[in-house]
Design a protein around this ligand. Structure first.
Ligand code: FES
Ligand code: FES
Length: 164
């Protein structure tokens, strides 16, 4: 089967029911998405398919229709994604295990909503667990990434309030 991951096309020979996470990690050597629970309960394996967050551990590779993005494809060390930048600014990570999944969920949220309320953040991030308890820093980083995205957006004529 063919898969596009981080803008690169791969031809992989796997059984159709193999979860996407296994294909990414074991077949393609892309280790950013982590194995946590394996049953779509922790979010450590979160990747995007066409910008939508999915739990790769519970998503058959054969069901993938669209481009897959992992943390490796979100930004680059010399061109960080806004969310990655905010994560560093707020020093979010502790052990770090959950963090690629957290960042992928946060980036997907901000793609559709660049001014999320606390409740919207909590809802979007509720499937991403952190045993180190970094939740307050995650929320702060999401807010600061949202603000950065709003200030980057081009003002529309007379509707330019709040832009820098
Ligand atoms: S490893 Fe996929 S949700 Fe936990
Ligand atoms: S930073 Fe350790 S599990 Fe989240």
């Amino acid at each position: 089967m063919k898969l596009v991951v981080n803008e690169q096309e791969y031809d992989v020979e796997v059984t159709p029911d193999m979860p996407l996470l296994w294909v990414l990690r074991d077949e393609l050597g892309i280790k950013g998405p982590k194995f946590g629970c394996g049953i779509a309960m922790c979010g450590a394996c979160t990747v995007h398919i066409d910008g939508r967050p999915v739990r790769a551990c519970s998503y058959p590779a054969s069901a993938v229709q669209g481009a897959v993005t992992t943390i490796e494809g979100l930004g680059q060390p010399d061109a960080l994604h806004t969310v990655q930048h905010a994560w560093i600014e707020h020093q979010v990570a502790q052990c770090g295990y959950c963090q690629s999944g957290q960042i992928m969920s946060a980036a997907a949220l901000l793609e559709t909503n660049n001014n999320p309320s606390d409740a919207e953040i909590d809802t979007a991030m509720s499937g991403n667990l952190c045993r180190c308890g970094t939740y307050p820093k995650i929320r702060a980083a999401i807010k600061s990434a949202a603000q950065a995205l709003r200030s980057q957006s081009v003002p529309q004529n007379d509707d330019a309030e709040g832009t820098a």
